[in-house]
Design a protein around this ligand. Structure first.
Ligand code: SAM
Ligand code: SF4
Length: 327
């Protein structure tokens, strides 16, 4: 079992399977991205191996993310492999939804029960402005297919930005309620070099909560994933609204997760540079998991107590893209 120096049990990993994406969301990427050479990335076999090692160390929940995980070639193989060779409580996915129309059945057959889908706008033009190249109708089609297939839970992820989609908060919540989905609003995080002036675009969750309370009957929920979200139930519906405030430190004391980047770096906190390079260990020990297991166990000494995000100086806290580390 993985326990860090602050006695937190680590039972959840997020794995970025690619830094590539078919969108360029303004808060996540710059317009012109240089992606990593494919040879620098973990192969799908190596990703499956790392996940199996973590599962052997007590990790029960795996979220596949990116970049856009569903654009990685042969991703179907990876989902099948993970579901076949691990004993997980949950295998989940975060996706922009663009490929969901073709992939939803495969995901369901691989034991994925809950999916997070990013959806920042229900207006095609705003959607295009926020994603720079995304087509809303493709995502909505994917969402409908996933809904029909019947996942246990679909959750929408929204980053609200001033001057862009801030005014859509009720439309998006109504869409979630009508569809029987949950919905989370994520405060913009100062990561990477996306060239956005965050002081001008960031919408605080306090402001969102205030408008939600004036518009809906919502009740505080005790539900938690061990992460930075507070949940609220919308009365007379199955919908939970999550307010994800990464700038608050309240959640760090119950942090249960680490991240594995697409090039095999084990990041102990999204807001810190501390990492362990697993790739050389994986390459140098093709048949022996022990050195990798030892490195993971040792890394628990370095997991920071909390992140150090600070929006006040408008500089990224960590100069790497979310798509690299995995959101
Ligand atoms: N491509 C997939 C997607 O968009 O859902 C998965 C990867 S994406 C990096 C995961 C989540 O991170 C998305 O919900 C996205 O909105 C969020 N995200 C990306 N950059 C962010 C930032 N700077 N601040 C807050 N959330 C961010
Ligand atoms: Fe791609 Fe997801 Fe980042 Fe948008 S948030 S650019 S969809 S990785």
């Amino acid at each position: 079992m993985l326990i860090d120096q602050f006695n937190r049990k680590i039972n959840y990993i997020r794995v970025s399977v690619t830094d590539r994406c078919d969108f360029r969301c303004v808060y996540c990427m710059s317009e012109k991205m240089t992606f990593m050479p494919r040879n620098d990335l973990l192969s799908l076999e190596e990703i499956a191996r790392v996940i199996k090692i973590f599962n052997g160390l007590g990790v029960e929940k795996v979220r596949i993310t990116g970049g856009e995980p569903l654009v990685r070639r042969n991703i179907d193989w990876l989902f099948k492999k993970i579901s076949e060779e691990n004993n997980l409580k949950e295998l989940t996915l975060t996706t922009n939804g663009s490929q969901l129309k073709h992939k939803a059945t495969m995901l369901k057959n691989s034991g994925v029960e809950r999916i997070n889908i990013s959806l920042d706008s229900l207006d095609p033009d705003t959607f295009m402005r926020m994603t720079r190249i995304g087509k809303l109708h493709e995502v909505l089609e994917g969402i409908q297919v996933a809904k029909k297939i019947g996942f246990k839970k679909i959750k929408l992820n929204v980053v609200l930005m001033k001057g862009l989609n801030e005014h859509e908060v009720f439309n998006l919540v109504d869409f979630a309620i009508d569809s029987g989905f949950d919905i989370s609003f994520i405060e913009e995080m100062p990561l990477g070099g996306t060239q956005f002036n965050r002081n001008q675009t960031s919408v605080s969750n306090d402001a969102i909560l205030n408008s939600l309370q004036n518009h809906y009957k919502i009740l505080k929920s005790n539900f938690t994933t061990g992460g930075p979200a507070n949940y609220w139930h919308v009365e007379s519906s199955s919908t939970k609204i999550g307010l994800i405030s990464p700038h608050s430190h309240n959640f760090c004391e119950s942090c249960n997760r680490v991240r594995i980047s697409c090039k095999g770096e084990l990041f102990l906190c999204l807001g810190h540079e501390e990492k362990v390079e697993l790739l050389p260990l994986i390459k140098n020990n093709p048949y022996d998991d022990d050195p990798i297991i030892q490195a993971i166990i040792n890394s628990m000494k370095f997991k920071p107590e909390s992140h150090t995000f600070d929006l006040s100086d408008n500089k990224p806290a960590v100069v790497r893209f979310m798509s690299h580390t995995g959101g």
